[in-house]
Design a protein around this ligand. Structure first.
Ligand code: GAP
Length: 514
């Protein structure tokens, strides 16, 4: 391709996102605000599709309850959760230009050493030993210190009436646990889910939507009685799924890629904490494949002891190999009884619920998926520069593509536009996400559809007026087939199901018509 720029993939994805209405820098016309982004019309459609897919697959199909909690919460919640005392990142400041950085990221970037979870003193030692200096001005650093990531606000007119923006959706679930259990007459095991905005005052937001200060999480807190952890509902359905697991031993040997192990084997050999976590890991892998991520690029990494909170019974992050390296996209934590016990202690509200032989405080498995990071992975995974066309395009699967189909008249005259409009209205009425586009030459319109990853284009031409047929163009192969207008709906349903190759579809239709 002639006009493809030679720059890092992340920069290309960012440029394309700005140009094609996927993501925009917030308050751009006023110079922006670091670490926050707005979703444009295309990004919003994709975001909704992703969330709906998660909602169907992670929430509704499991019979979990979904809630929508407040974004602002009183300090007591975060005293109990430990966020006010411990939700910190290590900060270093340049003595010269006063710029601030995350100390562990400076070390990772400059000497490619994982410094996650190290104490400020340990970070200072590595910085001194390797003579690391400020990336902006080369100045020396002051000592590292802990920086709390909570975003504070004031509620009402009384000075000092502080509240915090939630840094995770999980806490609304824990503080509402008792009410939800009672009002829904829930029996263990059950899950409570939430999707929504969270806020973290990241020291150095970076890498487009990968590390930002405002983002969305899709979280499930799944509650189990202790004896149910190794016997979760529907386990057998996913027991044979392969999980690419990266154990601590493999990490110590410098191995990067996970080794495929069935969920059942991972549970039996105690590689993962329990079957309940194995079940959710398998679901995540399936979700990521369905939205267009190459499964070869996925691994589940056992967090090292220094990265794991003291109360955890084992954390396994789902990481994806991006152009910027392996990146955490989902945090999976076995939080045990920590949160409920802590809220019980701080609030005085009993958190135990009735179970077979009396009251128990349940154990918690938490799959926490970042919406923005997942969308970035999809963008990177589906981005295409190919010799067969002069434009870059996205090969989104229909599960995530913003639109199903674009509808065009070949020309805007001779009744073609009216006929195309009719077809468009019919498809919309049938529930397809359709776009009607009449502007510019047909080739340009196909290019515009490719650029936002629309899988199919339907064109109404002069033949359509004579014999009630239309062409369908396939984004991936750029091939076209002609189908009877009366079959268009069925053909699109078959194509969007993803079960058939475009080449097969004509045969399938003629077979069905016999
Ligand atoms: N309740 C558990 C929890 O919040 P986490 O690992 O801190 O766990 C979960 O966050 C997910 O949220 C991450 O795996 C990531 O996808 C996303 N995430 C975390 N910090 C982020 C940030 N600064 N910008 C964008 N996404 C972030």
């Amino acid at each position: 391709m002639s006009n493809i720029e030679n720059k890092p993939l992340l920069d290309k994805i960012q440029d394309v996102s700005f140009r094609r209405g996927i993501v925009f820098p917030t308050a751009d016309i006023y110079g922006g605000l670091a670490g926050v982004f707005d979703y444009g019309p295309i990004g919003t459609l994709m975001r909704q599709k992703l969330i709906n897919f998660w909602r169907d697959y992670f929430v509704k199909s499991e019979g979990h309850y979904e809630i929508e909690g407040s974004l602002i919460l009183p300090p007591k919640v975060f005293e109990a959760s430990g966020h006010l005392a411990k939700f910190c990142d290590p900060l270093v400041q340049c003595k010269e230009c006063k710029s601030m950085f995350r100390a562990d990221k400076i070390i990772e970037d400059k000497i490619e050493q994982n410094a996650d979870g190290l104490a400020p003193k340990e970070l200072d030692e590595i910085i001194a030993k390797n003579k690391l200096t400020c990336p902006s001005c080369n100045g020396a650093f002051m000592n590292a210190r802990e920086f709390n990531l909570m975003l504070k606000t004031q509620v009402g007119s009384v000075e000092g009436n502080v509240a915090y923006l939630r840094p995770e959706t999980a806490q609304n679930i824990f503080i509402n646990f008792k009410r939800i259990a009672h009002s829904m007459r829930a029996k263990l095991p059950f899950g409570i889910a939430q999707v929504g905005k969270v806020y973290r005052n990241e020291i150095s937001p970076r890498q487009f939507i990968i590390r930002v200060r405002e983002f969305e999480q899709m979280e499930v807190e799944a509650f189990f009685a202790e004896e149910q952890l190794d016997n979760p509902p529907h386990f057998e359905e996913l027991a044979d799924e392969l999980l690419p697991l990266l154990t601590r031993e493999m990490q110590a040997k410098g191995i990067e890629k996970g080794k495929d192990v069935t969920v059942a084997e991972a549970v039996e050999k105690k590689i993962i904490p329990n079957a309940a976590m194995g079940y959710y890991l398998a679901k995540e892998k399936i979700l990521f494949e369905e939205v267009g991520i190459n499964p070869e690029l996925i691994r589940f990494r056992h967090m090292l002891p220094k990265e794991t909170p003291h109360y955890s019974g084992g954390n396994f992050d789902l990481e994806i190999k991006l152009s910027i390296g392996w990146t955490e996209i989902v945090g999976n934590a076995f939080r045990q009884q920590h949160d409920l016990i802590s809220h019980e202690k701080h609030s005085g509200t009993k958190m135990a619920v009735q179970h077979t032989n009396g009251n128990v405080i349940p154990y918690v498995i938490e799959p926490s998926i970042g919406v923005g990071r997942t969308l970035y992975c999809i963008l990177e995974s589906c981005y295409r520069e190919t010799k067969d066309r002069d434009w870059t395009w996205f090969q989104f699967p229909p599960t995530i593509s913003p639109y199903d189909v674009h509808v065009y008249p070949l020309m805007k005259k001779d009744g073609l536009e009216e006929k195309a409009q009719e077809v468009f209205e019919e498809l919309k009425g049938e529930g397809f996400e359709a776009v009607f586009d009449t502007s510019g030459k047909i080739g340009k319109r196909y290019a515009r559809a490719d650029e936002i990853g629309t899988p199919y284009c339907v064109t109404i031409d002069y033949e359509s007026l004579k014999d009630e047929t239309v062409t369908i163009r396939d984004r991936d192969t750029m091939k076209q087939i002609r189908v009877e207008l009366i079959d268009l709906n069925d053909v699109l349903v078959l194509l969007l199901s993803g079960e058939y190759a475009f080449d097969e579809i004509e045969d399938i239709i003629s077979e069905q018509q016999k």
